[in-house]
Ligand binder design. Structure first.
Ligand SMILES: Cc1ncc(COP(=O)(O)O)c(C=O)c1O
Length: 409
């Protein structure tokens, strides 16, 4: 971690680095991660102010301790953790945070440590076996815990999402009644949760899933205290421009209001991507050009896992002292390792005269990007810099801009 990190980006860095262009001037040999705490803060405030319920940050999207502190300071008090490693990390970083262990398949030892050592009371499950495991692991001297919040995860349609999470987890319709009934007996608070898949491109995904929640409640005839609509809220990437997040919130609110639940029932969501995609970008160097293929110094085993493995596209810009006025063409990237799989097809649009020695900023890597770095083949980066400029795309800056216009009028 670079030494300028500890200040959480609240002030300009002593080095005077404000943007990726300033980094490129220093001609770094390794890739550099740029952090924009102001963008993460803005996203967190947006959810806090506009989502009609409670927002839990899904830590897996980016578990950086600096980011966790930014979100906490912006008002995010609850965290969706999926492993004992994430439980320990968040508990150590933010001792007062409320942790919700939302992986439906957990080790008994992880449940026991989370409950007894880290005060975790909220768990998700999708089978009777997992319910029994949770009850057993949280019992003391054979006496079951009486303070558990247990959320039954339903399997829902993932067809509106760019990245499906629908095959692995979630109780099937025919099992839900018995599972809800049994969970109600063991829980202090009973919840229902689901995940519509990551980068859900239509708010209809949530309306359809809420239809499944309604059917489940009616069939099981149980009192439900929490409805958790999971993650899936989108960010902006080339070729994936989602509708405004307010449209998602409106549909969720409307469907929640129609559910057969008490007035005191709580609505939760678990955004990962939407809270942190704008937090990071990287500055890479072009080491070689072969036609329309650029060999850069970060790749599939670095921050570009999704670009390589699922063809995700990210915004790019050439960082030169003088902007190139050469027309843009489409490039693909090779990463630095010796592996053919270290290839990002893109296409990535850059001026046609890009050459070895140029620097490129690749944006929107705060979610499932910088967090997935490995040191494979000896490549990687330790260097991060807090910058002050805007992310390469933002779902929130436009809203802020509209609001500031209104204030001026
Ligand atoms: C249980 C759960 N909640 C929330 C998330 C975050 O999803 P997203 O980043 O799409 O918002 C995930 C992602 O895998 C998840 O598995």
């Amino acid at each position: 971690m670079h030494k300028h990190h500890s200040a959480l980006g609240l002030a300009a860095t002593p080095s005077g680095i404000l943007s990726g262009a300033d980094i490129a001037k220093l001609r770094p040999v390794q890739p550099v991660t740029l952090l924009r705490p102001h963008a993460a803060r803005r996203a967190a405030r947006f959810f806090a102010e506009k989502f009609p319920g409670r927002s839990l940050y899904a830590v897996k999207a980016n578990p950086s301790a600096d980011l966790l502190k930014v979100l906490w300071n912006a008002g995010v008090t609850h965290y969706d953790v999926a492993s004992i490693g994430e439980v320990r990390l968040v508990h150590d970083t933010l001792p007062e945070a409320v942790l919700c262990f939302m992986h439906p398949v957990k080790a008994a030892e992880a449940i026991a440590e989370a409950y007894f050592e880290h005060g975790v009371k909220t768990f998700s499950l999708d089978t009777l076996e997992e319910l029994e495991k949770i009850v057993e692991a949280t019992s003391k001297d054979g006496v079951p815990a009486t303070d558990l919040n247990l959320l039954v995860r339903l399997q829902v349609n993932n067809e509106h999402a760019k990245l499906s999470l629908g095959a692995k987890f979630g109780a099937q319709a025919e099992d839900v009644k018995a599972l809800l009934f049994a969970t109600r007996q063991a829980a202090d608070a009973l919840g229902i949760c689901f995940h519509v898949g990551s980068q859900a491109m239509s708010p209809a995904a949530y309306a359809e899933a809420m239809g499944r929640v309604r059917d489940a409640i009616v069939q099981a005839a149980v009192t439900v205290d929490i409805v958790d609509v999971g993650g899936g809220f989108p960010s902006w990437y080339p070729g994936m421009e989602p509708p405004p997040l307010e449209n998602y919130f409106a549909i969720i609110h409307e469907s929640f209001e129609k559910l057969p639940i008490s007035y005191s029932a709580e609505l939760w969501c678990e955004p990962g991507r939407a809270l942190c995609a704008e937090y990071s970008s990287i500055v890479v160097r072009v080491e070689k050009r072969r036609g329309s293929e650029l060999y850069i110094n970060d790749g599939a085993y670095g921050a570009l896992f999704d670009a390589a493995h699922i063809g995700w596209r990210y915004p790019v810009r050439l960082l030169r002292d003088e902007e190139s006025d050469v027309r843009p063409i489409e490039f693909s990237f090779y990463g630095p390792t010796c592996d053919d799989l270290d290839h990002m097809a893109g296409p990535f649009e850059l001026p046609a005269d890009v050459q070895a020695g140029d620097y490129i900023e690749i944006g929107m890597l705060g979610a499932y990007g910088c967090a997935m770095r490995t040191g494979f083949n000896g490549f990687g980066t330790e260097r991060t810099e807090i910058v002050q400029d805007e992310p390469m795309a933002s779902l929130y800056a436009a809203v802020e801009h509209r609001r500031s216009n209104v204030v001026k009028l």
